[in-house]
Design a protein around this ligand. Structure first.
Ligand code: GLA
Length: 370
């Protein structure tokens, strides 16, 4: 080899090393750091959830703008796609807010925690979200529905509603009859809220969707002034509630539900109810989706555990192709500059069948094993 060639190689070598290292750095999850999309822009999909289909992950979330105005819906629901969970491509706005002042989703309303599931029967992509009507604070507490023919949309807004009007809860065995609600004579404050909303439909705020192995889908949401969670069955098209629902720990005030199933058991991680400020996560376990759910304490371990490392749960993502590999997805909210909200994704580990979370500055899918 000529001396000049050797010099050229030696000069280029550090660059080759730097480039390969840059690439390596992108193959990690760095909770709460800025996470850029394919255009180099911080991913804008807060309170999100992920749909997996045919080798592609679709991440849907609230598109936030700058400042506190970003706590209202100025744009809509943003979608990103990925093949490997590390690299995300901007797929645009899946559901746009409306400019029609008569629309429930007029710009300036609040659209939170959108989740999308696919209905094999109708071949529709079904999005449910928490909707608050414009200039009405958080009092409307409605469920919004939009559907699309393609995963990335565009989604068409169909309706908003208060679920399960006129319906009574389903009580899984294990809930004593004495605790069943009597509409004529509510036993406590929580039951009174349920009864207040019985005719018009139950409140729906923080929410998620879950499709079980048998194809049945459930809408899980904070209800009754956030006093409890409802686990509500959706119909075969996933676009209506069937009227069958149970309540989880009435009076315990759980928000931000995220759910997964492992070895036939259902696990739910949620938060307490302190607005945008973080609090301790809550773990619940059940052998039936309707419960009874058993509260199992805070799944977070180590430093920062008492405040869920600054985050609040939004979704639990099963990793495709890996058995029992689940990613806990949380939001680190920045209500003063909403667009700067960060994502905390952490691997769920299991100790004696109990899910646990620990902080990691950086981690990879290899932590799940093969
Ligand atoms: C909680 C909820 C969020 C949002 C804020 C508003 O953090 O989980 O989705 O509704 O309260 O304060």
């Amino acid at each position: 080899m000529k001396a000049t060639k050797l010099v050229q190689i030696l000069v280029l070598l550090p660059y080759v090393f730097i480039l390969s290292n840059v690439n390596a750095q992108q193959q990690t999850f760095e909770p709460a750091a800025i996470w850029k999309d394919n255009n180099g822009i911080h991913i804008n999909a807060h309170g999100g959830g992920v749909l997996y289909q045919k080798g592609t992950y679709y991440w849907f979330g609230e598109h936030k703008v700058e400042g506190s105005k970003g706590n209202t819906a100025q744009v809509g629901v943003h979608c990103y796609t990925s093949k490997d969970l590390y690299h995300w491509k901007d797929a645009g706005i899946a559901l746009s807010v409306s400019d029609d002042p008569e629309s429930d989703i007029v710009r300036g309303c609040i659209i939170e925690r959108p989740k999308v599931i696919y209905n094999k029967r109708t071949r529709k992509y079904v999005m449910w979200f928490h909707l608050e009507l414009k200039d009405k604070g958080y009092w409307a507490a409605r469920a919004g529905l939009a559907t699309a023919d393609r995963p990335t949309g565009p989604y068409t807004f169909i309706k908003s509603l208060r679920p399960n009007a006129g319906k009574m809860p389903f009580y899984p065995s294990g809930i004593p009859v004495a605790e069943h609600i009597n509409v004529e004579k509510p036993a406590n404050n929580t039951d009174s809220i349920f009864c207040r909303d019985w005719k018009g439909g139950q409140m729906c705020r923080d929410m998620t969707l879950y499709v079980d192995d048998d194809g049945k889908a459930y809408h899980i949401f904070s209800s009754e002034e956030n006093m409890t969670l409802h686990i509500a069955e959706l119909d075969k098209s996933y676009t209506s509630h069937t009227g069958k629902f149970s309540r989880v720990y009435p009076g315990f005030q759980t928000e931000a539900p995220a759910i997964f199933k492992r070895n036939g058991k259902y696990y739910m991680i949620g938060s307490a109810c302190t607005g945008w400020a973080p609090n301790a996560a809550r773990l619940f376990v059940a052998s039936s989706i309707y419960g009874p759910w058993k509260y199992e304490g805070n799944p977070c371990q180590g430093e920062g555990a008492g405040l869920t490392y600054g985050g609040q749960s939004t979704f639990i993502l099963p990793v495709a192709g890996k058995k029992n590999a689940f990613i806990f997805m949380a939001d680190k909210w920045q209500p003063k500059n909403a667009i700067d909200g960060r994502y905390i994704w952490l691997p769920i580990t299991f100790k004696a069948e109990k899910p646990e979370l620990s902080w990691a500055d950086s981690w990879t899918l290899n932590s799940f094993g093969s």
